[in-house]
Design a protein around this ligand. Structure first.
Ligand SMILES: NC(=O)c1ccc[n+]([C@@H]2O[C@H](COP(=O)([O-])OP(=O)(O)OC[C@H]3O[C@@H](n4cnc5c(N)ncnc54)[C@H](O)[C@@H]3O)[C@@H](O)[C@H]2O)c1
Length: 274
C-alpha cells in the first residue's frame, strides 16, 4: 500500500452501535466523510431525511438500522441488512453504552451499599453483554472474510476508580449525595479483557480488536461545578471536545494500525498520567 493511503477508509463498510449519540455521531461522520459506508445500529432510528439533516455532507453513505445490542437476533438481523446491501463490514465500533450523569435521580446514584441490583444488571447488559454480542455476530462474519477491525469504546472509569470528590458539590447544593455508580465502572472494565481475549483469538483470522478509551466529553447540559471539578483533575485542564477522538477512530479503522491489536488507545487529556 502507498504510504500516503495508510489512513484511507474509502469504500470501507462500517457499523457504529449507538451511532446517533454524542460520540457515535462523530464516529459515523468522520468515517462517512472519508468515503466509508456506515450503518448505524440504534434502538431508535431516525427517518432518512433526518439522517441528511444530521450528516448533510455524507448522508448518502449512511443507513440507520433498528438494533438493540442486548439481543443477539436483533444484531444478526441488522448485520444481514448490511451484508445484503454492501457486504461484510471492515469496521465495527462498539460505542453504544449506558452511563449515569450527575443529573440522575438518587435511586440510581446513591451509595454503593444500596445500589440497585437490577440497575447494575441493566448497565452490564448494555455495556458489556451488548459489546460481547456485537463482537460475536459481526466479528464472526469478519473472521470468515479474513479481515476486520473492531474498536471497543472503553472509559477511564473502566481503567481506574472514579474520583468521587468531583461529585461532592451535588450533596452541598441539593442535600442529596451523588456517587458515581459502580455499574458503569465494572461494565467498562470488562471491555479491556474482552478486547485482549478476542485480539488473540482472532489474530490468525486477520481481525484486529482494540479499545479506545476516552475521558469526559464536554456537554452544554453539565453542571458548571462538575465541569470545574473535572477540569481541575485533568492535566490539559479542559474536558474533551466531542471531535477529539475522530483521528484515533480513523487510525484504528484503517491500515495505519495494521500491527496493532489487543491494545488500549487512551485519549484523556492526561487523566491517567497522574
Ligand atoms: N461522553 C463521555 O464523556 C464519554 C467518556 C468516556 C467514555 N464514553 C463512552 O463512549 C460511548 C458513547 O458515549 P456518548 O456520551 O456518546 O453516549 P450517548 O448516551 O450520547 O450515546 C450512546 C448511544 O447508545 C445507544 N444505546 C444505548 N443502549 C443501546 C442498545 N441496547 N442498543 C443500541 N443502542 C443503544 C443510545 O440510544 C445512545 O444513542 C459510550 O460507550 C460511553 O460509555 C463516553
Amino acid at each position: 500500500m502507498n504510504n500516503k493511503d495508510i489512513f484511507s477508509v474509502q469504500d470501507y463498510i462500517a457499523i457504529v452501535t449507538g451511532g446517533m449519540g454524542q460520540l457515535g455521531k462523530q464516529f459515523v461522520k468522520t468515517l462517512a466523510e472519508r468515503g466509508a459506508r456506515v450503518a448505524i445500529f440504534a434502538r431508535h432510528i431516525p427517518e432518512p431525511a433526518q439522517i441528511c439533516e444530521v450528516f448533510p455532507e455524507c448522508c448518502k453513505r449512511i443507513i440507520a438500522i433498528s438494533v438493540d445490542i442486548t439481543k443477539k437476533k436483533s444484531i444478526q438481523d441488522g448485520l444481514d441488512v448490511v451484508l445484503k446491501k454492501w457486504g461484510t463490514p471492515h469496521v465495527l465500533i462498539n460505542n453504544a453504552g449506558l452511563d449515569t450523569q450527575p443529573s440522575a435521580p438518587p435511586e440510581v446514584s446513591g451509595p454503593f451499599e444500596n445500589f440497585p441490583e437490577e440497575v447494575f444488571r441493566e448497565v452490564v447488559e448494555v455495556n458489556l453483554v451488548g459489546t460481547f454480542l456485537a463482537c460475536q455476530v459481526v466479528g464472526a462474519a469478519m473472521a470468515k472474510e479474513g479481515r476486520g477491525s473492531i474498536i471497543n469504546i472503553g472509559s477511564i472509569y473502566g481503567m481506574l476508580s472514579p474520583v468521587q470528590d468531583i461529585y461532592a458539590y451535588k450533596a452541598e447544593k441539593t442535600g442529596i449525595p451523588f456517587v458515581k455508580p459502580v455499574a458503569y465502572c465494572a461494565s467498562k472494565s470488562g471491555i479491556y479483557n474482552l478486547t485482549r481475549y478476542l485480539a488473540t483469538y482472532w489474530a490468525s483470522k486477520g481481525v484486529r480488536v482494540n479499545t479506545l478509551t476516552p475521558s469526559g466529553v464536554w456537554r452544554s447540559t453539565q453542571d458548571p461545578e462538575f465541569q470545574a471539578n473535572y477540569c481541575a483533575r485533568i492535566p490539559i485542564r479542559r474536558m474533551a471536545r466531542e471531535d477529539e477522538f475522530n483521528g484515533a477512530i480513523i487510525f484504528l479503522a484503517s491500515q495505519a494500525s495494521s500491527y496493532m491489536t489487543g491494545s488500549n488507545l487512551v485519549i484523556d487529556g492526561g487523566w491517567t498520567a497522574w
